[in-house]
Design a protein around this ligand. Structure first.
Ligand code: SF4
Ligand code: SF4
Length: 57
């Protein structure tokens, strides 16, 4: 399972603040989700106002 921040991202930063393991890094475009830190909790998907984060299997 991989979480991907897509081009719809508006850079609001809500997912960065929400992620409990700091798996989303504020560098580059799109933002980077570090697989080794991501627990798959889905909180970033819930918080994103523009549905920019997708879960890929
Ligand atoms: S919450 Fe969504 S729009 Fe905001 S920075 Fe994260 S991916 Fe981008
Ligand atoms: S699914 Fe959870 S752990 Fe993974 S990037 Fe999103 S908020 Fe962080």
């Amino acid at each position: 399972m991989v979480f991907v921040v897509t081009g719809r991202c508006q850079g609001c930063g809500a997912c960065l603040l929400t992620c409990p393991t700091h798996a989303i890094r504020p560098h580059g475009s799109p933002l980077l989700v570090l697989d080794e830190l991501c627990t798959g909790c889905g909180e970033c998907i819930e918080i994103c106002p523009v549905d920019a984060i997708e879960e890929h299997r």
